[in-house]
Design a protein around this ligand. Structure first.
Ligand SMILES: Cc1ncc(COP(=O)(O)O)c(C=O)c1O
Length: 404
């Protein structure tokens, strides 16, 4: 590449999404006829509920939906989201506080673009969803990670958060239930973070996209309900992807104080404009509908969660705490590193190398912890069929055993 062709520093500084990379490599291998078992994907393996698909099909046939909608979303959908926010997060909001985005991911991106000036810092509890630090960097901000390992249930210590605070701290990200760990933070932790943010004038970005995927009777604590005074500095991010098995429809949203919502709409007006009108109609059917479909998915996920955690812990050198939310098991594989593993006694130093070997040698796709600020771990999504899960775990265990 000639000098004049060099792309911007901004884009060169961004890491590609490691989760999408694993997923696309696994999909490419599958397309070549390889029997890959995909523990990489962050999407439910269920179809979108029929009534949602029907609403979209009807919307396609109605020419009014062949047009732009207002940038911030269909008024009916914004209203339904405001009501849903009250039902679930127990936070009363107006329709004007809602902005419909192209997936929860765009809501994350827009939040950072709106809140940050160059050099502003965002505290990101780690292990974190791989997109957060990149969204911060794309906005010129500085991600400041605060790590909490399996021994703490992947839950940050408020003292560690306070130790990471500087005069440039502008925001903190809260994600419970969490990707990649499946952790649901205790109510005390959520409250402590809320009070800390209030005391220090820090914005809170609460990503609640896994809110309805919880097990063992443990439910997440919504920070806006736990610390109501926080609402003037709270951005709630959410979407239909995980709750209604709608990853491909690309509908998410931000609920924020009105000036923030207006800013997000202004940005979106130059970025993508409105979300696909038909997808918004589908999301409207989903959000206005019942939570029955997610309750059924939850049962299946719960069964798989138990199966995968038991299977992972049965592998010598692997420890996996029991996740209480989302659909991920986050396994500590540090005991497998720094020595030869697998039937060919291949020396492996990092979880990234381990994940690559597993994909090449036994065709199982898991995402290395490096993608989540947690080297030494592997993330296994259990949003796959029961027999696949069983077969994948059999391959993993056998592969490790053969190495000894
Ligand atoms: C924590 C978290 N937030 C947000 C999203 C965004 O989802 P989407 O853009 O598909 O709505 C994801 C997807 O994996 C996620 O794991």
């Amino acid at each position: 590449m000639n000098d004049w062709q060099i792309l911007s520093e901004r884009i060169r500084g961004v890491q590609p999404s490691a989760t999408l990379a694993v997923d696309s490599k696994a999909k490419a291998m599958k397309a070549d006829g390889v029997d890959v078992i995909g523990f990489g994907a962050g999407e439910p393996n269920f179809p979108t509920p029929d009534y949602v698909v029907e609403a979209a099909a009807a919307a396609c046939r109605d020419p009014k939906n062949h047009r732009y909608t207002p940038t911030a979303g269909l008024p009916e959908l914004r209203h339904a989201i405001a009501q849903k926010t009250f039902r679930d997060s127990h936070v009363e909001v107006t329709d004007d506080q809602v902005v419909v985005t192209n997936g929860g991911k765009q809501a994350v991106y827009e939040s950072m673009q709106i809140l940050l000036d160059p050099g502003d810092e965002v505290i990101i509890p780690a292990p974190y969803w791989t997109t957060y630090p990149e969204a911060v960097r794309l906005a010129g901000g500085v991600p400041v990670t605060v790590f909490a390992g399996a021994e703490r249930g992947f839950e940050p210590d408020i003292d560690a958060i306070e130790a990471a605070r500087t005069e440039r701290t502008k925001a903190i990200i809260v994600n419970s239930p969490a990707n990649p760990t499946g952790a649901i933070w205790k109510a005390e932790t959520i409250e402590a973070v809320g009070r800390w943010a209030l005391d220090h004038h820090v914005w809170v970005v609460s990503d609640e996209i896994y809110e309805h995927l919880h097990y063992d009777g443990v439910q997440t604590t919504y920070i806006g309900a736990a610390v109501p005074q926080i609402r003037e500095q709270l951005l709630v991010l959410n979407g239909v992807a995980k709750t209604y098995a709608m990853t491909g429809w690309r509908v998410g949203w931000m609920v924020a104080p009105e000036p923030v919502a207006r800013a997000a709409a202004k940005l979106q007006g130059h970025l993508t404009s409105n979300v696909s009108n038909v997808s918004q109609r589908a999301a409207l059917a989903a959000v206005e509908g019942s939570l029955d479909a997610v309750a059924r998915m939850r049962e299946a996920f719960d069964r798989r969660r138990r199966a995968i955690v038991a299977a992972l812990n049965a592998v010598d050198g692997v420890t996996c705490p029991v996740p209480q939310g989302a659909f991920y098991a986050f396994a500590d594989v540090r005991a497998l590193l720094g020595r030869p593993v697998g039937p060919h006694d291949t020396p492996v130093e990092t979880s990234a190398q381990l994940a690559a070997l597993l994909l090449d040698e036994v065709h199982i796709a898991a995402v290395p912890g490096e993608a989540f600020g947690a080297p030494g771990y592997l993330r296994f999504s259990y949003a796959l069929a029961d027999d696949q899960l069983k077969e994948g775990m059999r391959r993993f265990a056998r592969w490790v055993e053969q190495g000894r």
